[in-house]
Every structure is written in structure tokens, then in C-alpha cells.
Design a protein around this ligand. Structure first.
Ligand code: C2E
Ligand code: CA
Ligand code: CA
Ligand code: CA
Length: 279
């Protein structure tokens, strides 16, 4: 629900005078896309701040649209959440990410832990734990190679249930990160009760960290607090060497952004150097 104003993906790429029809068709076309496998996963490396070594990759969904080309999830995830199609799409993403990494492992190729974005709807749905367990079983991916990224909005309805579920996922050996950390409305004190491993700082804080002392203070505060709680911090949206240096100085643990690599198809991971960015 990020873009309420004009959108529904610009009235479904300008084909409609009315938004309502655009929504209907988009919903229908996503149904077709799910059936005909038009979705793909791209992967973006996350590197250790001090060494540049790749520590994991984040799976990011793309829609290879028959007419409009490669579509960003920012365009269709919000609608998929409104229509409930995120459940089917999210399940496909989780399965596909696990299967792809497990295949690489079986073939002796280079593997990384894979981070999968989980929508709040998906997370709160009964049977989510079973679904994750089943997918790990079926794909034979070691749970240590799976990380789930959830947003703090999972706490809005039923915080206790969410905390218990995270605990169970953690017991299974899965890593949990809070995504877009700091952008929601929850109080920071909830961190104390959440059995997670890391938090991801939203790009909004990183973008102008060198020029906005307010954002720099927030970032530093979050890093310090997280470390006191034994949590790792990932900064996303790193685009410049100056940002990399700045976050390094602030003891941020992990970095992700176009400076290191853009999201890419799975087969391109093989060719990446050990350390990023490339000299
Ligand atoms: P996110 O989870 O915060 O993912 C990070 C986004 O930032 C990605 O956009 C990534 O391509 C982009 N990004 C990474 N580094 C940089 C950088 O240096 N500069 C800039 N400008 N952008 C950078 P993307 O792939 O378009 O995904 C957008 C959002 O869509 C994601 O934000 C996530 O909320 C959602 N999303 C993507 N894939 C999935 C999925 O499989 N399931 C769910 N539920 N949501 C997804
Ligand atoms: Ca994410
Ligand atoms: Ca994020
Ligand atoms: Ca974000």
C-alpha cells in the first residue's frame, strides 16, 4: 500500500482510463503469471563490512511480463498483498529459493545462505511453520542456509504469537532478520523480546547518512543498541565508497547495495569474486 496516489502500476501500464479495471486485469494477469511461471528470482549479495566477503544473498522476485518486460516487485507486491495472491506467490518464492540453493549444493557449486522476504500475511497465516518445515524437507536444504526477512508489522496483531513463531523457526535452525528496521511504528523495546539474529536498516536511513546528522544518529543508535543485544546489523542500499566507509566506521556488520552488486540471476553468482566490490 506504498503508492496510493496514481498507481496500480500506472493504471496497468496506461492501458486503462479507470484504475478499477486496471486492478482487475492486473490481478488476472498475476494469476496467469503464477500458472505459467512468469516469476523469477534474482539474488543480491550481502557482504561482510570489514572484509567484503559474500556472506549471504537476498532473493528478490521479478515478473517477466510478456508485454512489459521485467517488472519490479514494488509494482506488484502491494497489489498481491491486497488480493491475497501473495500467499501463493510467497510460497512459490520460498520453495524456489530453497530448491535452487539445494540444487547448487547437490552439484557442488558455490552456495550461500539465502534470505527470503516473507509478507506479514504469509507469516501470520496458520500453517506457516509447517509450510517452511515441509519445504526444507522436500528440498533438503539445510536450515542454516535459510534466512527469513520479516517486517516489524508482524507484531501489530498478536505480538505474542509472532514472537513464539519466531522462536520455533529459530529452534529449527533458521535465521531471522527484521527488514526495513526503524521505518515502522513499533517501539524499539520489542527487540528485547524477539529471538531474532539480525536487523536490516532501511535504505532511507543510508541514502543521506553523510549529509543528514539526524539519520546518522539513528543509524549509530540502532547499531549500538543491536550489538548490546547480540544482534547483527545489515545496512542496505549502499551505493558509494563513502557510505561503505561510514558504515564500516560505525561497526555495521553487513552491507548490501549496488556498490557491491545488483540483484542477478542465480547462475551469475558462480562468477562473483570472493570479495566485493571488485577492484
Ligand atoms: P527490500 O526487501 O527492502 O529489498 C531491497 C530492495 O532494494 C530491492 O528492491 C533491491 O533491489 C533494492 N536495492 C538493493 N541495493 C540497492 C541500492 O544500492 N540502491 C537502490 N536504489 N536500491 C537497492 P526490489 O528487488 O525492487 O524489491 C523491492 C521490495 O519488494 C523489497 O524491498 C521487498 O519489500 C519486496 N519484495 C521483493 N521480493 C519479494 C518477495 O519475494 N516476497 C515479498 N513478500 N516481498 C518481496
Ligand atoms: Ca528484504
Ligand atoms: Ca529492506
Ligand atoms: Ca526497503
Amino acid at each position: 500500500a506504498k503508492r496510493q496516489g496514481r498507481n496500480t502500476w500506472q493504471w496497468y501500464k496506461e492501458g486503462f482510463r479507470q484504475r478499477i479495471n486496471a486492478r482487475c486485469l492486473l490481478r488476472h494477469d498475476m494469476q496467469v503469471a503464477l500458472r505459467e511461471q512468469q516469476f523469477e528470482l534474482y539474488y543480491q549479495p550481502i557482504v561482510e563490512a570489514f572484509s567484503g566477503r559474500i556472506r549471504s544473498v537476498e532473493a528478490l522476485v521479478r515478473w517477466q511480463h510478456p508485454e512489459h518486460g521485467l517488472i519490479s516487485p514494488a509494482e506488484f507486491i502491494p497489489l498481491a498483498e491486497q488480493t491475497g495472491q501473495i500467499i501463493t506467490l510467497g510460497r512459490w518464492v520460498l520453495r524456489h529459493a530453497c530448491q535452487s540453493m539445494a540444487n547448487r549444493l547437490a552439484q557442488g557449486e558455490r552456495v550461500f545462505p539465502v534470505s527470503v522476504n516473507i509478507s506479514p500475511l504469509q507469516f501470520r497465516r496458520d500453517g506457516f511453520l509447517d509450510e517452511v518445515t515441509r519445504i526444507l524437507d522436500e528440498t533438503q536444504l539445510p536450515p542454516e542456509l535459510l534466512e527469513l526477512e520479516v517486517t516489524e508489522s508482524i507484531l501489530m496483531r498478536g505480538a505474542e504469537q509472532a514472537i513464539a513463531l519466531i522462536g520455533k523457526l529459530r529452534e529449527r535452525g533458521i535465521t531471522i532478520a527484521i527488514d526495513d528496521f526503524g521505518t515502522g511504528f513499533s517501539s524499539l523495546s520489542y527487540l528485547r523480546d524477539l529471538p531474532i539474529h539480525r536487523v536490516k536498516l532501511d535504505r532511507a536511513f543510508i541514502q543521506d547518512i553523510l549529509t543528514c546528522s539526524g539519520n546518522a544518529a539513528i543509524v549509530q543508535g540502532i547499531i549500538t543498541m543491536a550489538h548490546h543485544m547480540n544482534l547483527q546489523v545489515v545496512a542496505e542500499g549502499i551505493e558509494t565508497f563513502d557510505q561503505q566507509r561510514d558504515l564500516g566506521r560505525r561497526q555495521c556488520d553487513l552491507l548490501q547495495g549496488f556498490l557491491f552488486a545488483k540483484p542477478m540471476p542465480l547462475d551469475r553468482l558462480q562468477a562473483l569474486p570472493d570479495r566485493l566490490p571488485e577492484a
